[in-house]
Design a protein around this ligand. Structure first.
Ligand code: CAA
Length: 282
């Protein structure tokens, strides 16, 4: 029975993943090398849980119990006896391979190592370990506490048992695990990013204003956010990085990032996190 979860990386995705596991009764150790990042994660989790309490979706006692199940640490050495790993560090191949090699030497041989990567090959990460059959992708969606999808990515060597375990964990989290093969962008970003990119081309070519483009997709297609608002929410630098992975990995020019998207990233207009993207944020 999986009970103790190690989450590495306390950024937007990592803290949401840690919170969600803790809310569903797991003991969670959240690790980050940056102490300020851990402090920020604590505050974000506290705020999110308080929102659920205010809405009546969580009792104050459950919030306190959730917080008590969360432990924060600056070193992966505290993960030696966990039952399952979710990695959510920076989207850099070398950093992930290096971490997975260390985790492979640290945790029990039966432990499955998962990555929340949105675009790096699971097969490539798994090859840095001696247990590639126990490595898979567990790609959560932002905001993690609210979104019910988890893409489960099967690498070249991932075993059926590892996939089944990840799927059962998704069920325990009240989420749905959907299997995907290890190709660039998997399913979610292969479909989402070309839509966002096309919206940026439409803006660049003056087909419509940002507001018009977002309104068409919100009101006409019932998307909860228009594509440009969503791009600001994801981060324009992240969108460019994922488009580059699709372009390079699939070789089709249809995935080339729109020049306007690149120009905005070059200007530091990264979306919500920098206070300015297609829209301005206070
Ligand atoms: N924790 C707890 N509650 C939260 C929250 C969080 N982290 N974030 C938002 N909420 C709550 C809000 O407080 C709000 O509560 P009320 O209804 O009581 O007011 C509720 O959720 C709805 O939020 P908002 O009113 O602010 O906005 P909304 O109605 O637009 O909903 C949303 C927000 C759920 C994010 C919705 O806009 C949505 O589904 N957007 C699309 C998100 C999406 O596409 N995510 C995938 C991104 S792609 C990705 O993650 C993968 C990748 O690799 C890039």
């Amino acid at each position: 029975m999986i009970q103790a979860i190690g989450v590495i990386g306390s950024g937007t995705m990592g803290n949401g993943i840690a919170q969600t596991f803790a809310q569903h009764g797991f003991d969670v150790r959240l690790v980050d090398v940056s102490a300020p990042a851990l402090d920020k994660a604590k505050a974000t989790i506290d705020k999110s849980l308080t929102k659920f309490v205010d809405k009546g979706a969580l009792s104050a006692a459950d919030r306190d119990a959730t917080l008590a199940r969360l432990h924060f640490s600056g070193s992966i050495d505290h993960l030696a006896d966990v039952d399952y790993i979710v990695e959510a560090i920076v989207e850099r191949r070398d950093a992930k391979r290096d971490l997975f090699a260390k985790l492979d030497a640290l945790v029990r041989p039966d432990v499955v190592l998962s990555s929340n990567t949105s675009s790096i090959s699971i097969t490539d990460i798994a090859a840095a370990t001696t247990r590639p059959e126990q490595v898979l992708g567990m790609h959560f969606m932002n905001p993690v506490p609210l979104m019910t999808l988890v893409e489960l990515i099967r690498g070249q060597s991932t075993s059926d048992a590892s996939m089944e375990l990840a799927e059962s964990l998704c069920t325990r989290l009240g989420k749905t695990g959907v299997p995907a093969s290890d190709y660039p962008g998997f399913i979610a970003n292969r479909i989402l990013m070309p839509m966002i990119n096309e919206a940026v081309f439409a803006l660049m070519e003056g087909v419509g204003t940002a507001e018009a483009i977002d309104s068409v997709m919100k009101l006409g297609m019932n998307h909860p956010m228009g594509p440009l608002t969503l791009a600001d929410f994801i981060g324009l630098d992240v969108c460019v990085a994922i488009l580059d992975v699709l372009h390079e990995g699939l070789g089709d020019p249809k995935y080339r990032a729109c020049p306007l998207l690149r120009r905005m990233v070059a200007a530091g207009h990264l979306g919500r996190k920098s206070g300015r993207g297609f829209y301005r944020y206070a």
